[in-house]
Design a protein around this ligand. Structure first.
Ligand code: SAH
Length: 220
C-alpha cells in the first residue's frame, strides 16, 4: 500500500470513527485534533503483521501484553486536554509512541514515560525517525510523574491507576487539565478529567467507561 492510500484510510478513519462516528459516541470536533489524527501515520506505530488493521476502529497489540488505544479514544482524550501550541505535556505510558506523536503535532513539547524499557527504546527511535524532535521519552515508572520538567499544562495517562495519583495532580499547572482512565485492573474503568483551577481547587468529571491496561507501580 502506498502513502496516498494510507492518507485516504486515515481520512476515512477520522470521518467515520471520530468526526462523524457511525454510532452514538460523542463526535470529536476540535480541528487541531482532527488535523493531527489525519496526519500521524498510525500504521508505522504497530507491528508489521498488524499494519493492515491500523486504521480500523479498535485497539491493537504492540507486544509485551500492551496495546495501542483505539483511534477514537486517542482523539477524545487529546481533545479533552484542550491543548494550545505553547503547551508542555506529560504522558504516562508511551507504549508505541502514537499518542505522543498526536500530542506533539499540537503542543510544543511532550514528555513521555514508559515502564517497559524495550517499548521506550522502540518508541524513542520511531519518533525520532518520523521527525518528532519535540518528544522526550524516558524509561521508568510514570506513577510519580516527571518532577524535573513539572509543572505541566496538561497530563495524560494511557494506563489505568486504581486511584488518581496525587503526584500527578501536583505536577499540573493552575489552569491545567489531566485526562486518565481510573479504576481496578482488567475491569471497566472511568475516563476521568481532572482540572486544576486557578484558585488551586480541583474538579473531577467522569467522561465515559473505558478499558485500559493497568498502571503498574515500580520496576524503576
Ligand atoms: N499511549 C500508548 C498506549 C500505551 S498502553 C500508545 O499510543 O501506543 C499503556 C502503556 O503504559 C503500556 O506500554 C505500559 O507498559 C505502560 N505503563 C503501565 N504502567 C506504567 C507506569 N507506571 N509508568 C509508565 N508506563 C506505564
Amino acid at each position: 500500500m502506498g502513502k496516498l492510500n494510507h492518507a485516504s484510510e486515515r481520512n476515512r478513519m477520522v470521518d467515520t470513527q471520530i468526526h462523524n462516528p457511525y454510532d452514538s459516541r460523542p463526535p470529536v470536533v476540535d480541528e487541531t485534533v482532527l488535523r493531527a489524527m489525519r496526519k500521524v501515520p498510525r500504521h508505522l506505530f504497530v507491528p508489521e503483521d498488524q499494519q493492515h488493521l491500523a486504521y480500523e476502529d479498535r485497539p491493537l497489540p504492540i507486544g509485551h501484553g500492551q496495546t495501542i488505544s483505539q483511534p477514537y479514544i486517542v482523539a477524545i482524550m487529546t481533545e479533552l486536554l484542550r491543548l494550545e501550541s505553547e503547551h508542555r505535556v506529560l504522558e504516562v505510558g508511551t507504549g508505541s509512541g502514537y499518542q505522543a506523536a498526536v500530542l506533539a503535532e499540537i503542543a510544543i513539547q511532550v514528555y513521555s514515560i514508559e515502564v517497559v524499557e524495550s517499548l521506550a527504546t522502540l518508541a524513542r527511535t520511531r519518533l525520532t525517525d518520523l521527525g518528532y524532535g519535540n518528544v522526550m521519552v524516558r524509561a521508568g515508572d510514570g506513577y510519580l510523574g516527571w518532577p524535573e520538567h513539572a509543572p505541566f499544562d496538561a497530563i495524560i495517562a494511557t494506563a489505568a491507576p486504581k486511584d488518581v495519583p496525587r503526584s500527578l495532580i501536583e505536577q499540573l499547572k493552575p489552569g491545567g487539565r489531566m485526562v486518565l482512565p481510573v479504576g481496578p485492573a482488567w475491569r471497566t474503568q472511568m475516563l476521568t478529567l481532572i482540572t486544576r483551577r486557578r484558585d488551586g481547587s480541583i474538579t473531577r468529571d467522569d467522561i465515559m467507561a473505558v478499558g485500559f491496561v493497568p498502571m503498574v507501580k515500580g520496576n524503576s
